[in-house]
Write a protein that binds this ligand. Structure first.
Ligand code: TYD
Ligand code: MG
Length: 461
């Protein structure tokens, strides 16, 4: 009889079954079951009385954050790196995860935060574990980034037990694992990258981080389906989850916080990829509008909120007669169904005959917007393209559009207006209910809209 009991586990959601299944009953993926060794469930945790502690007597450790000196990265981390934090950075292969972490590592080491002992002044080093690249390849990248610090130790290894043993000996200032899909635990028979391997390796890293108060950065590649392999399995384990977004053909990179135990979520950091590494962008609104031409029909600027920060972005629409029976609808950067809904509202409430028109919508700069406040801007672009009337380049829009064509108030109107005013916009079209309740005085010509008929009027007139 075999020593271990095996189970079949779905590689995309982690569902287990005693028998092989063609289709996962939980997530619906096909052919995703792989036989793996069963990991015994943890028994009941024995409560030891001296471990029981009244909440108000818990001593707070001095939570001093270490800065990566990349302001945008510090922002998505919630203000810097916390001791013992486990940070997962996910993204498509080749988007710049290794580059960013190498830059961050060199900056973190520059800070004198990591002195082990005040008397000996001995500096702790960083441990960079790579299961993907050779030391020569990493050296090449470091040269490109002009990183010369002697304090980054490279370790090309994939066994998690060896990695953690080494980390315990070296006691690094922080540990980087590039990437979680390449490391494996000797205690599990399945191949590296499978759900149980990823879960096991991540929990070992987590245990190490908490025990030694060492920050650990884990790089995770995103699979074709857009989730980190072993989706959710890592997300609930780690403290912070950051996702790297952007197209490889476009230099803009956005890092989004999906989860953060040490700060707010939904923050974004904006970067550009250059020949000598990733550079943060101080004023993303200017960047997103940098290639904007003046007075073209079908182009509108909207003020959207990403996390806590306002951003001005250009939305383009192209409406043209269809050559086929069924009109085409294509959207990039905004929700497809939302655009269809807005088209239906325009057709019904503003009597625009769009059913024989192809419609294309694009958000410039590769940004993805999923805020309803973009509705008014999308509608304005559509109307502008439909009637071929250009919109003044110093006008911008925000507001939600409802099914009856009403324009509804959105949150944080003051912040949106102020950001636009900073960049030099002079006129705003916003929901009337927002305009009425504005608390601060903003030096912009503000027009309130109640419904989309008023919007169409304002554009045609
Ligand atoms: P990399 O950090 O290796 O991506 P990941 O770890 O997410 O797979 O980045 C790879 C890409 O970035 C590669 O196509 C080259 C490009 N790059 C630059 O444009 N500038 C640079 O300074 C560096 C180091 C890389
Ligand atoms: Mg890499």
């Amino acid at each position: 009889m075999s020593k271990f009991k095996t189970v079949f586990q779905c590689q995309s959601c982690g569902y287990t079954s005693p028998k092989w299944l063609g289709k996962c009953p939980d997530c619906g993926s096909w052919n995703s079951f792989i036989e793996e060794k069963e990991i015994p469930k943890l028994g009941r945790i024995e409560l030891v009385s001296d471990k029981l502690l009244p909440l108000n007597q818990v001593r707070q450790t001095d939570e001093k954050r270490k800065h990566t000196k990349i302001k945008e990265l510090d922002r998505v981390l919630g203000g810097g790196v916390v001791d013992g934090a486990v940070v997962l950075i996910g993204g498509d292969p080749g988007i710049g995860k290794s580059t960013l972490l190498l830059q961050a590592a060199s900056n973190l080491l520059d800070e004198s935060n990591f002195i082990v002992n005040q008397h000996s002044q001995k500096k702790r080093m960083a441990l960079y574990v790579s299961g993907e690249e050779s030391p020569e390849q990493i050296k090449l990248r470091a040269e490109r980034l002009s990183i010369t610090t002697p304090d980054i130790l490279l370790f090309c290894e994939t066994s998690i037990e060896t990695i953690i043993d080494a980390a315990k000996k070296i006691n690094p200032a922080f540990l980087i694992i590039d990437s979680i899909q390449t490391v494996y635990s000797e205690e599990i028979t399945s191949q590296a990258g499978s759900v149980s391997q990823i879960r096991e390796c991540a929990s070992k890293l987590m245990f190490f981080a908490k025990k030694t108060a060492t920050p650990v950065f884990i790089i995770g590649h995103v699979t074709k389906e857009g989730t980190i392999a072993g989706p959710r399995i890592l997300e609930h384990l780690v403290d912070t989850v950051l996702y790297f977004e952007g197209d490889r053909g476009n230099p803009f990179r956005i890092i989004r916080t999906v989860k953060n135990r040490f700060g707010s979520t939904n923050e974004i950091g904006v970067f550009t990829m250059t020949d000598s590494g990733i550079i943060e962008v101080d004023n993303p609104s200017e960047l997103f509008l940098s290639e904007r031409q003046s007075s073209l029909s079908g182009s509108t600027v909207i003020a959207t909120i990403e996390g806590t920060r306002p951003l001005l972005v250009e939305i383009q629409a192209l409406v043209c007669p269809t050559n086929f029976g069924v009109p085409r609808r294509t959207t990039i950067g905004v929700d497809f169904n939302r655009v269809n809904l807005l088209l239906a509202v325009l057709e019904k409430k503003a009597s625009l005959s769009l059913s024989a028109m192809d419609v294309f919508i694009n958000v410039v700069g590769g940004l993805k917007i999923n805020e309803p406040a973009a509705d008014l801007g999308i509608v304005a672009s559509l109307v502008s393209s439909f009637f071929e009337v250009p919109i003044d380049p110093r006008t911008f829009y925000f507001g939600e559009v409802g099914l009856t064509g009403e324009v509804r108030a959105v949150s944080m109107p003051e912040q949106r207006l102020q950001e636009a005013s900073k960049i030099g916009f002079i006129r705003a079209f916003i929901p009337e209910n927002n305009r009425k309740n504005l608390r601060r005085n903003i030096t912009i010509d503000i027009n309130g809209l109640r419904n989309i008929e008023e919007l169409v009027e304002s554009l045609k007139g």
